[in-house]
Design a protein around this ligand. Structure first.
Ligand code: NAD
Length: 435
């Protein structure tokens, strides 16, 4: 089979490469010439564990190629996937669909009358977008032989390849039997490992992605508020999370208290869902509250760091360990670091930060930070250190060495990676979330 993937970002490049690994012939198209040049030169433009080797393998096998325009591709693809960005539209909080609609126009110019192609939205798009994509293509190219399908992506950055190759489920929605047949053929390798395939209408498929992300964001926010109460009443949120998570109806995942969710999906998707819901006269008040609580929480995290430094960071060095929104990615979109670091700087702190892979991206967004070559250089002379991202290398700090280089042994662990009882033995003044 043959597909084109529009967008060679976190989703397009990973899913395109994984389809190639399934044996499909794939072209990833992205108008970002720098990105495509790097891919042609064998350089992976994003950090994603395992991606480098898988791209090289499939390029060498002749199954994976790259192009800057759909016009460079033969019009014989079984499917064209739209995997372009759908960021927040700043004026009103809705999803910005301009990249999706541009992709639809590009596809209209690509399709021919005597070859059937499925146009698949893999981007996270508001309910109704698939129908709009169909209208755009029909209007621009009435002779085109195509049908539209929605196939939301559930991979997580940092474990994207495993998530794509061994997903909990695949969801797709379409009105067309012919399109459904193509989708099933593309995902056939997953049938062999008995992956549940959920086939729905276009609308239900689009809605499933938003409902899933909104639920997970709600679960995180719930445990974060429970954590705050745990601090007030002397309970330990990790014990509570384990106690409730072992209930099969609740589940253990997404019950890690922390500084609030960030990243490329939850903030924008929860907001877009509430906007659609308000517009349709069916507001989702629980998700509106989640967004509000989470935004305030992220902003309040700097106060915890300032409090740990005796209420004042003016002129003091503050060490920040980790800036990516989560480990194993260089993605900085809506990372909590973008709230915490500017707030610390505003309070007069001199921020020294280290992240194993995200510093290049972060430096574009966080002026005035001293970026260091390793953890201990970040800790040097610092009056307080804060763990913002739970990278593995922060899980086994040498506290003797840290104490020697820091101005004061103070650690704020916003990811709860250490045990308070163990930290008590190190001589550090230690604070965490909900314990
Ligand atoms: P991204 O910004 O990393 O990549 C998008 C790419 O699309 C960019 O490289 C851009 O140059 C390219 N592009 C823009 N217009 C194009 C066009 N007309 N033709 C071809 N390429 C074009 O974004 P991402 O993180 O990969 O997200 C893509 C979509 O997938 C979003 O809707 C997102 O919500 C969704 N999603 C993301 C994740 C994730 O973890 N990042 C997970 C699931 C779903």
């Amino acid at each position: 089979m043959k597909i084109v993937m529009l967008g060679a970002g976190y989703v397009g490049l990973v899913s395109g490469t994984c389809f190639a690994e399934f044996g499909v012939t794939v072209t990833c198209v992205d108008p970002d010439e720098g990105k495509i040049k790097r891919l042609h030169d064998g350089i992976i433009p994003i950090f994603e564990p395992g991606l480098d080797a898988l791209v090289k393998k499939n390029v060498a096998a002749g199954r994976l190629t790259f192009a800057t325009s759909l016009s460079q591709c033969e019009p014989d693809a079984d499917a064209v996937f739209i995997a372009v960005g759908t960021p927040t539209r700043h004026e009103d909080g809705h999803a910005d669909l301009s990249y999706v609609y541009q992709a639809a126009k590009d596809i209209a110019a690509y399709l021919i009358p005597d070859h059937f192609t499925v146009v698949v939205t893999k981007s996270t798009v508001p309910i109704g977008t698939g129908r709009e994509v169909e209208k755009i293509i029909r209007a621009a190219n009435p002779q085109a032989d195509f049908a539209v399908a929605s196939n939301p992506e559930f991979l997580r950055e940092g474990s994207a390849i495993g998530d794509f190759m061994r997903p909990d489920r695949v969801v797709f929605g379409t009105d067309s039997d012919k399109a459904a047949e193509v989708m099933r053929a593309l995902y056939r390798p997953l049938y062999l490992i008995e992956t549940p395939i959920v086939q729905t209408t276009l609308e239900s498929s689009e809605m499933t992605k938003y409902a899933g992300n909104a639920f997970l964001a709600t679960k995180i926010t719930f445990i974060n508020e429970i954590a705050d109460l745990c601090e007030k009443v002397g309970a330990n949120v990790q014990d509570v999370a384990r106690g409730i998570g072992l209930d099969g109806r609740i589940g253990k995942k997404f019950l890690h208290a922390g500084p609030g969710y960030g990243g490329s999906c939850f903030p924008k998707d929860t907001l877009a869902l509430t906007k659609t819901a308000q517009e349709k006269g069916s507001p989702i008040r629980i998700v509106e509250t989640v967004i509000d609580v989470n935004n305030k929480r992220k902003k309040a995290m700097a106060d915890r760091v300032i409090a740990a430094a005796d209420g004042n960071v003016k002129g003091k060095k503050v060490a920040v360990l980790g800036v990516a929104f989560k480990p194993n990615t260089d993605d900085m979109r809506d990372s909590v670091a973008l709230d915490v670091i500017p707030a610390l700087q505003k309070a007069g702190a001199l921020v020294q930060a280290f992240d194993p892979v995200a510093m290049k991206e972060a430096a574009k967004l966080l002026p005035g930070v001293v970026w260091t070559k390793d953890t201990y250089e970040a800790l040097a002379g610092a009056s307080v250190a804060v763990i913002l991202t739970e990278w593995n290398e922060f899980r086994a700090l040498d506290f003797k060495r840290a104490q020697k280089v820091m101005a004061a042994p103070v650690l704020v662990d916003l990811r709860n990676i250490y045990k308070p009882a163990d930290m008590a033995k190190t001589g550090f003044s230690y604070s965490s979330i909900g314990r």
